[in-house]
Design a protein around this ligand. Structure first.
Ligand SMILES: NC(=O)c1ccc[n+]([C@@H]2O[C@H](COP(=O)([O-])OP(=O)(O)OC[C@H]3O[C@@H](n4cnc5c(N)ncnc54)[C@H](O)[C@@H]3O)[C@@H](O)[C@H]2O)c1
Length: 418
């Protein structure tokens, strides 16, 4: 079976790896020539795959290309999976530019009887209302009759060592029941469990429900963190206590703000759809957005308050930020709250340094932030933003003059939790 994966990033590459592993003939198509050349030379550009993983894929027949002409004729795919980014536009609405470009590419290599699957996170209706008409217009073929079309939400969790493509259940929803079956057959080769949604719309919505659920619950504990501090209640201990209930409660933890590609962005796709079609707001998402986006400002206010207890103004204080990636133990900095926090600290005159075992150099608004030699370097205030496993937290706590722990991981004198 010829499989083409369009978009070789955090989502496309792990899927390509699993498809190669089960013996499918996989080619990756990407518009980034550097990424493509690197992959063909056995180099990985994402956290979850090592160079060794890519070398093994290449040895097993995987190759990457920027040239669609290589994917026509005998090489035309039986299955094409689209895994390109879905960012926000200037007005915070969906930006489907990459999805549409990838759909044009999929159309150019589409053959009768093939399956096309969209994995990029998007609002319900995209597969049917955007992708289907584009493919049909470009090829003259009819979706559900001449080719199969489906949506399958991607559930990659970068840095997760337990759940990967194989053991994470995969939801698939087609334009027609036959499209769903075709997608289920394909994913059944790379995933242990395939779950059939009623249609593509339910599959699209399932992904947004998952991410909105996290977004809203994180906002809940973030708001609680702010008033618990004022009430003198330790929210971290409160959550630990509540989490002992064996049913009906799932623990979420406060933090310095939400980051990554999913949580801060995907719920906007859903609120856009509700607003555009139904003309009313999706209030939970908008409230969560508002609370979570205020956390970086809150962290900076608390930093100033802490320095004040030490008779120091934030202006001129040496502040060391520990962990600037959006998530523990990975190098991905997309939408990381560390950046707005640094920006606000700089605006208020702080003298900044950072440390992160996964980030060799770090810029904020084009300005280089100096990298501390060690996470225990002297500073007026050290702020733990990401508790990477490589950090010796007890050592950091023992050596820091004043430590602001936004992850609730450390206790001790001179340590102040969010
Ligand atoms: N990264 C995650 O943890 C994650 C989790 C769940 C869902 N998603 C969703 O998966 C989708 C892809 O995200 P990602 O994290 O893999 O992105 P990514 O930025 O890591 O990779 C996307 C790749 O697509 C390529 N690309 C862009 N436009 C293209 C085009 N027109 N044709 C071919 N290639 C193109 C880019 O060069 C890049 O290599 C997004 O919709 C995202 O919301 C991501």
């Amino acid at each position: 079976m010829n499989v083409v994966i369009i978009g070789l990033g955090y989502v496309g590459l792990p899927l390509a790896q699993e498809a190669v592993r089960v013996g499918l003939n996989v080619t990756g198509f990407d518009v980034n020539p550097r990424a493509v050349d690197g992959l063909n030379a056995g180099r990985s550009h994402i956290d979850d795959l090592t160079d060794g993983d890519i070398e093994m894929m290449v040895e097993s027949g995987f190759r990457a290309t920027t040239d669609l002409a290589e994917l026509t004729g005998d090489n035309a795919p039986d299955v094409t999976v689209i895994c390109v980014p879905t960012p926000l536009s200037e007005s915070d609405g969906p930006d489907l530019t990459a999805v549409k470009a990838a759909t044009d590419s999929a159309a150019a290599i589409l053959k009768q009887g093939a399956l096309i699957v969209l994995e990029s996170t998007t609002y319900p209706g995209t597969t049917d209302e955007v992708i289907r008409p584009m493919l049909e217009k470009a090829t003259g073929l009819a979706a559900g009759i001449d080719f199969h079309l489906a949506f399958s939400p991607e559930r990659i969790d970068p840095g997760n060592e337990v759940y990967g493509i194989r053991n994470t259940p995969k939801v698939v929803g087609g334009l027609t029941p036959a499209c769903t079956d075709a997608a289920a057959d394909f994913y059944g080769t790379v995933c242990d469990t395939v779950v059939k949604a009623k249609t593509a719309r339910e599959a699209e919505m399932a992904k947004l429900l998952e991410n909105t659920y996290r977004h809203v619950n994180i906002a809940l504990v973030n708001e609680m963190a702010i008033f618990c501090h004022e009430l003198g209640v330790d929210l971290w201990n409160t959550i630990d206590c509540a989490a002992t209930k064996p049913f009906g409660f799932q623990a979420f933890y406060p933090g310095p703000g939400v980051g990554g590609h999913c949580i801060p962005i995907d719920p906007n796709y859903l609120s856009y759809k509700v607003r555009a079609e139904l003309k009313h707001p999706f209030r939970f998402v908008e409230l969560a957005q508002e609370i979570n986006s205020r956390m970086p400002g809150y962290v900076v206010d608390r930093a100033a308050e802490l320095l004040n207890t030490d008779a120091k103004p934030l202006n001129g204080a040496k502040v060391l930020l520990l962990g600037v990636t959006y998530k523990k133990d990975i190098a991905d900095q997309r939408e990381s709250p560390a950046r707005p926090i640094a920006r606000k600290l700089l605006q208020r005159g702080a003298v900044l340094a950072y440390h992160d075992p996964h980030v060799d150099s770090w810029q904020v608004d084009g300005r280089d932030i100096p990298r501390a030699a060690s996470p225990a370097d002297p500073a007026d205030l050290t702020i733990l933003l990401q508790a990477h496993s490589a950090y010796d937290l007890a050592d950091i706590a023992a050596k820091a003059h004043l430590l602001f722990d936004t992850r609730g991981k450390i206790s001790g004198e001179s340590v102040y939790p969010l």
